[in-house]
Ligand binder design. Structure first.
Ligand code: 5AD
Ligand code: SF4
Length: 443
């Protein structure tokens, strides 16, 4: 499909939101790649622009429409430009997007993006936000590794939990797990292209229950089989729900060396009253007991979480309970968000906490998390850790990668190569990363 005068057609993708969207963007690029499109980092050069949107928090649609406004100017000078909106805002708003924004040619939901090439070939303005019965993953071309030695692999999508604040069950649909054999094949394919670390993705990844050759596999079984793939050195998974942390998964943290000592286990709040109003179906105490069991299996595990402040009805006392839980756990990292009413979710019907109160709580919770994160990083100084080099750093002779505990590490290593796993000694900690020097440079 490439024009000999201008070369192949160029695709620019802007990705908002979570790692699942990053994965989806890669797969969309591959799907369009099979049609002759190559990706570009410059929107101005593109023949097609895809905005892969996120609906989880505030201002998602405002952001989308302001980006679309800019694209209108681009389309005025590039009349052949195709503009597509993908992701969760596309799912939630559907053909409303075509009505509001004449610049848009295609609207495609997260479950139907494998149909993008057909939609482009058909021409005209189109919307596809179905949850088709066919498996989009089987319809997509094979993976092509473009992002270095660490890759994402979607194993599960959708969510049946219906937390009262969350749009995911509506935009991503019901929980679906991919068959284990397909995942093992995809993982082997990635490793054959140089991948050494795979992060399994799912909105509710630890609820994974994919078909295996001998009945349904849980996430622990999947991890155990992936750990046997030759050349696959590191495994991670995200995001987990506390109620799906089963015994065998906790045990896997103790006995699988490939499973990295990092667990993102969102709790959202430390108040039982708020947890109940959020429909989280567990108490703060149950979460703390779970943390103890995980730490018993893997004492050095680094825990991270998500918190929402200013959920409707949250009192000062409830908020203090959240701070108390954070102090009790001691997180290595965490994300905190101001509650944002999502249309169509049960919590959106309730009267909001005043914005100033929510802002003040957000600042407090972020200050506490930042200090815990700093303590955790500083505790690494002087220690030996393993880093997977992902790219060169900004300084000459510097490599950047992640430690087992998912700390970003800058290593001064003239001989370093992307994809190497290197033992290093941590020499310093700065706000968002560690500095280190190599101990050996083999492997
Ligand atoms: N408002 C604020 N934060 C939210 N999250 C999900 N929905 C909302 C919302 N309506 C946060 C949760 C979740 C993370 C991915 O985003 O903390 O774990
Ligand atoms: Fe949303 Fe996660 Fe709750 Fe599912 S478990 S509804 S994805 S916050």
């Amino acid at each position: 499909m490439s024009d000999p005068a201008t070369g192949p057609k160029k695709l620019f993708i802007k990705t908002y939101g979570c790692q699942m969207n990053v994965y989806d963007s890669e797969r969309m690029a591959e799907a369009m790649g099979a049609e002759g499109y190559v990706t570009t980092d410059v929107a101005d050069d593109a023949d097609m622009v895809l905005l892969n949107t996120c609906h989880i928090r505030e201002k998602a649609s405002e952001k989308l429409y302001s980006d679309l406004g800019r694209l209108r100017a681009l389309k005025a000078v590039r009349p052949g430009l195709k503009v597509g909106v993908a992701g969760c805002v596309a799912q939630a708003e559907g053909d409303e997007i075509l009505r509001r924004s004449p610049v848009v040619d295609l609207v495609v939901g997260p479950q139907s993006y494998h149909r993008l090439p057909q939609m482009v070939a058909a021409g005209g303005r189109q919307v596809d936000t179905e949850f088709p019965l066919e498996d989009k993953f089987s319809a997509l071309p094979a993976r092509k590794v473009t992002r270095g030695p660490s890759a994402f692999l979607t194993v599960q999508e959708g969510c049946d939990k219906f937390c009262a604040f969350c749009v995911v069950p509506y935009t991503r649909g019901a929980e679906v797990s991919r068959p284990a054999a397909r995942l093992l094949d995809e993982a082997r394919g990635l490793v054959a292209q140089g991948v050494r670390e795979i992060t399994l993705l799912g909105q509710n990844v630890n609820a994974y229950h994919g078909a295996g050759p001998d009945g349904a596999w849980g996430l622990a079984r999947l991890l155990r089989e992936l750990a046997r793939v030759e050349g696959l050195e590191r495994l991670r998974y995200t995001t987990s729900h506390p109620n799906d942390m089963e015994d065998d998964l906790i045990a896997a943290h103790g006995d699988l060396p490939e499973l990295m000592p990092y667990l993102h286990l969102p709790v959202q709040s430390g108040s039982d009253r708020i947890l109940k109003a959020m429909n989280r179906k567990h108490t703060a105490e149950a979460y703390l007991r779970l943390v103890e069991r995980v730490r018993a299996a893997r004492p050095d595990i680094l825990l991270s979480s998500d918190f929402i402040v200013g959920f409707p009805g949250e009192t000062d006392g409830d908020f203090q309970d959240t701070l108390g839980l954070i102090r009790a756990v001691g997180y290595g990292a965490a994300f905190s968000f101001k509650y944002s009413a999502r249309p169509g979710t049960p919590a959106a019907e309730k009267p909001p906490v005043p914005a100033e109160v929510a802002d003040e709580r957000l600042q407090q919770v972020q200050a506490l998390i930042t200090s815990q994160q700093r303590d955790c990083q500083e505790a690494m100084v002087g220690r030996e850790v393993t880093v997977l080099y992902e790219k060169p750093g900004r300084m000459p002779g510097q490599m950047v990668g992640k430690s087992d505990h998912l700390h970003a590490v800058h290593v001064q290593d003239e001989a370093g190569r992307i994809g190497q796993l290197v033992r290093v000694r941590v020499t310093a900690s700065s706000s968002n990363s560690l500095a280190a020097v190599p101990l050996h440079t083999d492997k």
